[in-house]
Design a protein around this ligand. Structure first.
Ligand code: SAM
Length: 201
């Protein structure tokens, strides 16, 4: 198992694409400012640290490697970069237009287009060990949550991990998640506020 320090050293605190910063300067999506600016995803040490903490807290089994992981709405892809460094096979998807493509391409993370608002999703049943979806469910519309979750349980062989942004959309729809009858063999094995870990046992 790698430490956070080894992880930062191994993955690198710099972007791999030698023209990364020139390209960013020309991309209006990344030049906006404010607390919700996508600029925060450009600070690699910050995002590696946050994602390493998330993985060690909720998904420590993935630190030993050997799993196939699909990160739904993977954004910058840093979560997958860490998991790949740990020896997992990783793939991601994000919304049409792939706003973070420049980041994932720089780091060689494979990302396909899947719109979370439009289940069912074009991914084969039990085709990955773990399916993760962090900070994105609120963008899919509460009316879709149950269908989306059922798709996640169909696709994942071993586990599903969801992290939902706290706030109004979550408060209005959390009952959908909390009261959902899980498919056979699936159990909620860890929960902390807006983080839900499910395993097929
Ligand atoms: C707050 S970011 C979280 C990104 C990443 N999972 C993380 O933890 O850093 C929300 C993500 O949801 C994606 N997203 C927004 N609407 C979406 C949709 N309709 N379908 C799929 N992804 C969507 C965004 O492109 C972005 O990557």
């Amino acid at each position: 198992m790698k430490t956070l320090h080894e992880c930062i050293e191994g993955i690198g605190s710099e972007w791999k694409d030698p023209h990364f910063w020139e390209k960013i300067d020309k991309n209006p999506f990344f030049t906006s400012s404010g607390i919700n600016s996508p600029k925060k995803y450009l600070d690699r040490v910050r995002t590696i640290t946050l994602n390493y903490a998330l993985i060690s807290t909720y998904l420590p089994e993935l630190l030993s490697g050997g799993f196939k992981v699909w990160d739904f709405s993977c954004g910058s892809g840093i979560f997958l970069e860490i998991l790949r460094f740990m020896g997992n096979y990783v793939e991601g998807s994000d919304q049409p237009g792939l706003p973070y493509r420049m980041l994932t391409e720089s780091q060689g993370i494979n990302v396909s287009v899947i719109d979370g608002r439009k289940p069912p999703f074009p991914i084969k049943s039990k085709s990955v060990h773990w399916l993760t979806c962090i900070g994105a469910l609120t963008f899919y519309g509460g009316e879709n949550w149950e269908k989306v979750m059922r798709e996640f349980f169909r696709i994942a062989q071993k586990g599903v991990f969801i992290g939902i942004n706290a706030g109004g959309i979550y408060d209005e729809n959390k009952k959908i998640i909390e009261k959902m009858v899980l498919p056979p063999k699936w159990h909620l094995t860890k929960r902390n506020r807006t983080y839900f870990k499910y395993e097929r046992i």
